[in-house]
Design a protein around this ligand. Structure first.
Ligand code: GDP
Length: 375
């Protein structure tokens, strides 16, 4: 009898134990198979909420990014410029605030401006104006900052029209040609510009007409895919003008707002460049007028960049400048020099390798960043 009771109790204890183990291990079971990914697009909030989930198998998902708008770009622009260019403003201010502004101080001011690539003409002009104002107006050292801000702003010229011509006439798309030498950041800037336009709710087609640089069209296709912008490409080594033509035709047929065309960046001799860019422009204009020609210049190349700028100005009607890599150079004075050299405004500046590190150039923001005391 006792034996039977013991046996029954033992069976009960073992049963309970197995149940408990099943409960605990049940929590460790792998999750039910994740849900099928929908085909189509996913915007960022949804993507963020999925970040903690397991990767989704199934059909390929096109993840569309939402590029930054102008306001946040300008905030980043100011911060990046303050970091890279702030030294110029601070050095100038320290010199101007000295008790005695003797000849050697003025020479130091001049050297500081020249080192920052402001250029000889604009440097002499600025020094002259500062001398006059500090002497004639009897400006105190504490007001030197205000005078410097005003004179730098006048030099960068806030009156220039820096809008990008993206509006076509009579229902045709705006057509932006982007020119510049290889390595200046041209293709990257076209990709970034597409994001600026998408952020402004514009429909865009990109033309990968830099058919001479291996991978340029692949690079551009990736930029386009990220924001849902179609990229018209051609085989490597094919005629850039034909790709440019196809891209603008595609834009016209689809009725998009803007077509941005990346062009070949070979800087052979001037005649060759003129032939090539001239042909691109001519064939494109069979479809729609070119509304903007942006020249991409690498800010770190200093005088070389200016030499290139002159060549391009002579072969094509440049209407705006994209100054890249301002984050990697303390020579922001090139903004002034290149505007003077070409007589066209800097319209966009590149301040990093991130996808949204391209911002509209704004004279006030630039000068504020130069004089940023906290930088
Ligand atoms: P392309 O030959 O002129 O088309 O040059 P790419 O667009 O391929 O750019 C050349 C390199 O410059 C790439 O590594 C880019 O990431 C880099 N780049 C472009 N713009 C900027 C910028 O504003 N800042 C920095 N730091 N790098 C940049």
């Amino acid at each position: 009898m006792t034996l039977i009771v013991v046996l029954v109790l033992a069976i009960l204890v073992v049963g309970l134990g197995v149940g408990a183990v099943a409960l605990v291990s049940g929590r460790r079971q792998p999750k039910a198979p994740p849900r099928q990914a929908p085909t189509g697009t996913i915007l960022e909030e949804e993507r963020a909420s999925r970040a903690t989930e397991e990767p989704l198998p199934g059909p390929q998902v096109t993840t569309l990014e939402r590029p930054d708008g102008t306001a946040s770009r300008l905030v980043r622009l100011r911060q990046r410029l303050a970091r890279s260019q702030g030294g110029l403003g601070r050095s100038l201010l320290a010199l101007l605030s000295r008790d005695r502004l003797d000849e050697s101080t003025w020479e130091d001011i001049e050297d500081t401006l020249l080192t920052a690539d402001v250029g000889v003409g604009p440097t002499q002009e600025l020094v002259e104006r500062l001398r006059t104002r500090m002497r004639v107006d009897g400006v105190s050292a504490s007001d030197a900052g205000t005078v410097l801000r005003e004179e730098l702003l006048a030099l960068v010229d806030p009156t220039m029209d820096r809008r990008i011509g993206v509006t076509g006439a009579d229902g045709s798309p705006g057509v932006v040609l982007v020119v510049g030498v290889n390595g200046s950041g041209k293709t990257t800037s076209v990709g970034k510009l597409a994001r600026v336009l998408v952020a402004e709710d514009k429909s865009v087609v990109l033309g990968a007409a830099d058919t001479f640089r291996a991978a340029a069209s692949e690079q551009l296709s990736t930029w386009g895919e990220r924001v849902g912008v179609d990229v018209v490409t051609g085989p490597e080594g094919s005629d850039p003008a034909s790709v440019a033509f196809d891209s603008v035709r595609t834009g016209v047929e689809r009725g998009v707002d803007v077509v941005v065309v990346d062009t070949a960046g070979r800087l052979q001799n001037k005649a060759g460049l003129m032939d090539e860019l001239g042909k691109v422009k001519r064939v494109v204009e069979k479809q729609a007028p070119v509304t903007e020609v942006l020249l991409v210049l690498d800010a770190t190349t200093g005088q070389n960049g200016l030499v290139q700028a002159r060549v391009f100005r002579d072969v094509v009607d440049v209407t705006g400048i994209v100054l890249t890599k301002l984050d990697g150079s303390a020579k922001g004075g090139i903004v002034v020099a290149v505007q003077r050299e070409l007589g066209v405004p800097v319209k966009l500046v590149g301040v990093g390798e991130g996808p949204d590190d391209l911002a509209p150039f704004d004279a006030e923001t630039f000068v504020e960043a130069l004089l940023d005391q906290g930088a």
